[in-house]
Design a protein around this ligand. Structure first.
Ligand code: GDP
Ligand code: CA
Length: 317
């Protein structure tokens, strides 16, 4: 089947995604298969309370990217942003290490109020998505409290304190997920996996973006029992992360940053791994996992679409 025919048939896809890298990929995917056929299962391990507000950075990266509101140059947050509120916070001597722009703050106010009123995160997210005119379904992996912690030589830190506060300078000895035993999949998550004809793991950090999603046990079990292909897209090119600490984490936690080490993060969970053409000579040790070799740097809309098409190629015609 040609790619156009696939798109017209609206192959239904569930994609597990972190923030920025994931959002880039999801934009390409939605371009190819359409919003109605795509469900994004987002990471909430990065969620953080800042100045009394509940911030879900990864969900918001996806939301802003799909709504056309993201600041592509900065790589996070909203375009056309101003920082007056944060300046006031700093001038009052309060915590201003986590950058929240004025436009961004408005969304956090609305979300926080809804959560305080007892609305589940998935319901708030659905409302925000609709209000921003985004037709793609975006679900948090869980509505329960799930938080990523990093154990480092300098001590244990909640995700944002390590990532933003300390600029992820500390090497990571272990990643833990507070709340993982009690966390249930949010409403719609298992249905999305059961209804998908293809499951994708976005080119997101395997440990701190996809890892917390897979820490939701019933979600992981559903993936392990899948009857459809599951394809991961590697976030590394020539063993290096395009951005962020994924390569350092892999070297320290998995013993290397080759395609086989990326695949090793997803044991029994993936059937294929999309790797960059620069890595074509480094495909040993993938075992049952089939490599799909293509250009994986998402420099523009065309590159994003081509990467999505390569992953979709895993579904037999
Ligand atoms: P975060 O939650 O904002 O940190 O974002 P993700 O975990 O979703 O994405 C971070 C990962 O995206 C990093 O490991 C990057 O290497 C990867 N990434 C970013 N841009 C690209 C790209 O153009 N191609 C590929 N293959 N990976 C990318
Ligand atoms: Ca993240």
């Amino acid at each position: 089947m040609s790619l156009r025919a696939r798109a017209e048939r609206r192959l239904s896809v569930a994609v597990l995604s972190g923030g920025v890298g994931g959002a880039r990929f999801v934009r390409g995917l939605v371009d190819v298969v359409g919003a109605a056929a795509t469900t994004v299962l987002g990471n909430v391990g990065d969620d953080v309370e800042v100045l009394g507000l509940h911030v879900s950075p990864d969900l918001d990266s996806i939301l802003y990217a799909l709504a056309g509101l993201a600041d592509d140059r900065r790589g996070w947050g909203r375009s056309d942003e101003t920082w007056n509120a944060l300046e006031t916070v700093g001038s009052l001597g309060a915590e201003d290490w986590f950058a929240l722009g004025d436009r961004d703050l408005g969304l956090h106010l609305v979300r926080t109020q809804a959560l305080y009123a007892g609305e589940p995160l998935s319901a708030v997210t659905a409302r925000l998505t609709e209000a921003l005119g985004v037709e793609t379904r975006l679900l948090p992996a869980t509505d329960d409290r799930l938080r990523t912690w990093l154990d480092t030589p300098a001590g244990s830190f909640p995700f944002q304190e390590w990532f933003v506060g300390r600029g992820h300078r500390d090497e990571v000895d272990a990643v833990r997920f507070e709340g993982e035993h009690a966390a249930r999949p949010a409403q719609g998550v298992l249905e999305a996996l059961a209804g998908a004809e293809l499951i994708l793991l976005a080119p997101s950090n395997p440990y701190v973006s996809v890892g917390p999603i897979l820490a939701v046990r019933e979600l992981r079990d559903a993936l392990a029992r899948r009857r459809v292909p599951c394809v991961a897209i590697s976030p590394l090119i020539r063993g290096r992360a395009v951005k962020g600490p994924a390569d350092r984490m892999l070297r320290r936690l998995a013993g290397g940053s080759s395609p086989r080490h990326v695949a090793g993060c997803y044991p029994g969970l993936i059937d294929a791994l999309v790797v960059d053409e620069a890595d074509v000579d480094d495909l040993d040790g993938l075992g049952e996992v089939r490599p799909i070799v293509t250009r994986t740097l998402m420099t523009d809309a065309d590159a994003r679409r081509r990467l999505a098409e390569a992953a979709l190629g895993a579904v037999p015609a």
